[in-house]
Design a protein around this ligand. Structure first.
Ligand SMILES: [Zn+2]
Length: 120
């Protein structure tokens, strides 16, 4: 057992080297992927903030419209532009309810959104 087979040692070092360079390549790819995801996340945050602002404007416009109609004693039969916009936003796959507010609907219809839309 004392006699070490040099060829075997070199072979296992070579194997190890190959494994390490393989891992290194994967690490580089992983790093690349992480930076892509961070960038994507950054873009989504911007988009999300934009949509939230837009949604707030729509909600405010809609509330305002409702207030005016109530003040003037009109019945709320007229479905205003604000409502149309919200309904469209919902159709496009975004939450318009206060619960999930501005996030993307991932699981079909949302009861909060629907009851919000039905309140008119
Ligand atoms: Zn919702």
């Amino acid at each position: 057992m004392e006699k070490v087979d040099k060829k075997e040692v070199f072979q296992s070092v070579a194997n190890m080297e190959e494994h390490l360079s393989h891992f290194y390549r994967e690490l580089v790819q992983l790093k690349q992927r992480v930076s892509e995801l961070l960038e994507e996340n950054h873009q989504l945050q911007i988009e999300n903030a934009h949509l939230r602002r837009r949604l707030e404007q729509l909600l405010e416009a809609w509330e305002e419209e409702k207030r005016k109609e109530t003040k003037h004693g009109k019945k709320l039969i007229d479905i205003g532009e604000g409502y149309d916009n919200l309904a469209r936003l919902y159709q496009e796959g975004f939450h318009i309810c206060h619960v999930h507010y501005g996030s993307v609907r991932t699981e079909g219809d949302c009861l909060f959104c629907l009851s919000f839309l039905n309140k008119k």
